[in-house]
Design a protein around this ligand. Structure first.
Ligand SMILES: Cc1ncc(COP(=O)(O)O)c(C=O)c1O
Length: 395
């Protein structure tokens, strides 16, 4: 097919016409079980009636005004995000990468405004993925992603995962912050231990540096708590969120304590679209759904079912599956070396269930958080068929 889209994706040969909950339908009406949710975006399912209604109503009233004016819908969303977290202030933008860029800027400006501009290095970890803008790419440090886009932005120090000694010895007077995904997504669904996250909090406090969590993929209920760091009982000083925040509407946010954001005065950062009324209608509607007291318990229940089913698959297909990874409804199947994750993703699509790859030969599952037992069961039955075919092909 001739395409006028820049060929930055190796697209599968399918297009969807409609979605409902955890199901997608192509133009011929064939149904697919969505265990991917647009890579962790469609948090409350496709076309959730409350979101549809909220966005429709807002679209009839007012789409966009500049941040040069007060935006009550953004005030409301920010107040709600602060009420449910450590944060005092929020900066809205349009994507995960932008939320990370904002987080980096907030951290650097914090020290620059306090007269320590040389304190600007940021520690990150192997396997990180923070987005595709130049700053976020440098933070992620993935050589494959960086190749050909030199010169790379300086100021990032990448360390091995989970190594306390390496962190301690990397902290110099130039270090401003530590940036980490509590559960790495693209890197291969790698969950840092609660102990390591608590260590990072403690070491940041000890040295007076800022802790930044990238909860773009693992936040907004994905792991069974509203934010993955809550499992460890620690909050960062700055947190980037996006993906599930808008339920499919492109929106990101950088949350911070007032202290961490002390350098952010008028003119220090901006976004034309960030926090506009239409995006904020989507965010407020997602929060309405997630703030229901039954929401997170239901995510945990679905996560338990998924976990049990994945354990069975790992047992039954021990010839192709090396192990399970992740937390809640953010799970990965680590395949054996020599079995390509892309093959399982392809076979799953043929069986009409959507999953995707991640680093370290992992197949990633990020179903909508509202997936029903029936949808989950059907999706896993299809995944089992794909695994049977993969095991057969592998021999
Ligand atoms: C943890 C994490 N950070 C940042 C990003 C970048 O988000 P976006 O693609 O919305 O810019 C992603 C996207 O996959 C992500 O998973």
């Amino acid at each position: 097919m001739e395409t006028h889209l820049m060929p930055t994706y190796a697209r599968a040969d399918v297009a969807f016409a409609r979605g409902e909950g955890a199901r997608l339908f192509d133009a011929q009406g064939a149904d697919y079980i969505d265990l991917l949710a647009g890579v962790g975006v469609v948090s409350v399912g496709h076309c959730h009636p409350h979101l549809v209604e909220a966005v429709e109503q807002q679209a009839r009233r007012l789409w966009h005004v500049s941040n040069l004016f007060h935006i009550p819908e953004a005030e409301k969303a920010a107040a709600r995000l602060c009420a449910m977290t450590f944060a005092d202030v929020v900066f809205f933008n349009n994507s995960g990468a932008e939320a990370i860029e904002a987080a980096i800027k907030v951290a650097r400006k914090h020290f620059a405004a306090a007269g320590e501009p040389q304190k600007n290095r940021i520690i990150t970890f192997e396997g990180a993925f923070h987005g595709r803008t130049l700053g976020a790419l440098a933070a992620g440090g993935n050589e494959k992603h960086l190749e050909g886009f030199e010169p790379r932005c300086p100021g990032f120090i990448q360390l091995p995962r989970g190594n306390e000694k390496a962190v301690r010895s990397a902290i110099t007077p130039e270090v401003a912050a530590i940036l980490v995904e509590p559960v790495q997504g693209e890197g291969g669904i790698f969950a840092f231990s609660d102990e390591f996250l608590r260590f990072l909090r403690a070491v940041c406090d000890e040295h007076g540096i800022l802790l930044i969590f990238d909860e773009i993929q693992c936040g907004m209920g994905r792991t069974g708590r509203m934010f993955a760091c809550e499992h460890a009982g620690v909050w960062p000083d700055i947190m980037a969120i996006a993906k599930g925040l808008g339920g499919g509407f492109p929106v990101g946010a950088c949350l911070a304590t007032r202290e961490a954001a002390s350098g952010m005065a008028p003119g220090t950062h901006g976004s034309t679209f960030g926090g506009n009324p239409l995006a904020m209608a989507a965010v407020n509607a997602v929060l309405d759904v997630m703030e229901n007291s039954a929401f997170l318990p239901r995510v945990r229940e679905a996560a338990e079912r998924l976990d049990m089913a994945l354990r069975r698959l790992a047992e039954d297909f021990a010839n192709v599956i090396l192990g399970l990874r992740g937390r809640g409804l953010m799970r990965g199947l680590r395949l054996k070396d020599g079995v390509a994750n892309t093959d399982l993703v392809r076979l799953a699509l043929e069986e009409r269930v959507l999953v995707c790859g991640a680093g370290e030969n992992v197949v990633r599952l990020l179903p909508p958080l509202v997936i029903t037992d029936a949808e989950l069961k059907e999706g896993l039955a299809r995944l089992r068929r794909a695994l049977e075919r993969l095991a057969h092909e592998t021999g």
